[in-house]
Design a protein around this ligand. Sequence first.
Ligand code: NDP
Length: 241
Amino acid sequence: MSRVALVTGGTRGIGASVCVALKAAGYKVAANYAGNEEAAAGFTAATGIPAFKWDVSDFEACKAGVARVAAELGPVDVLVNNAGITRDGMLHKMTAEQWYAVINTNLNSLFNMSRQVIEGMRERNFGRIVNISSINGQKGQMGQTNYAAAKSGDLGFTKALAQENANKGITVNAICPGYIATEMVKAVPQEVIEKKVLPQIPVGRLGEPEEIARCVVFLAADEASFITGSTLTANGGQFMI
Ligand code: NDP
């Protein structure tokens, strides 16, 4: 029996690497995305992994989307809450739109998505939820009050949900990536990366999406059953707690 894994924001960046790694590990994989049709079509053509469009910040859309995945692949055993955005700005200049977009996509999505799968996981006595948080949720980051608040909230959500479901064969864990070479980071000017970001990373380079995917595969495994409520940090040594 191969388990079913659903990865939000799975058609690009870290999520796409997570999908590919889970497929290689034997999972039946579904990728969700928001609306970049070209990226989604290219991803499915290259990997054979089906892509399902819905907005993770919309509860009803998540309900319908997860139902479609379950109808096509089977009930979700592994949920990877990976979809995320940035809308950076200093708080004294930040608009309400910037604030709520990030909170809704990066934090409320964890409720919207986990709520759809948790009852089934409890009934089947097995589940894995992996939440992709961020180094900036651990340490804060100037210009990212919205993002840091959401990503820090992801960590509290992870620990509380882990406690609620630990006796049901369900683990809930978080991964805090450092700076990973995806389009999200490519949006940062190259000069800022070279002069400000890289000097802070002891390993001396950005991380690769595949390096986060390996963390997800590790936490999703049946054998990782004693790891729950934990935060796995993968940041090249940039921040240690
Ligand atoms: P990308 O910008 O490369 O990809 C984002 C993915 O999320 C896309 O597939 C996008 O879909 C999807 N997405 C965005 N908003 C929504 C939404 N509302 N509903 C459904 N899907 C959505 O991001 P990364 O791969 O860089 O980041 C992935 C995760 O890792 C995020 O949570 C991010 O915060 C976190 N992270 C990233 C770091 C980095 O350095 N890159 C560092 C630390 C954490 P579409 O293609 O349709 O737009």
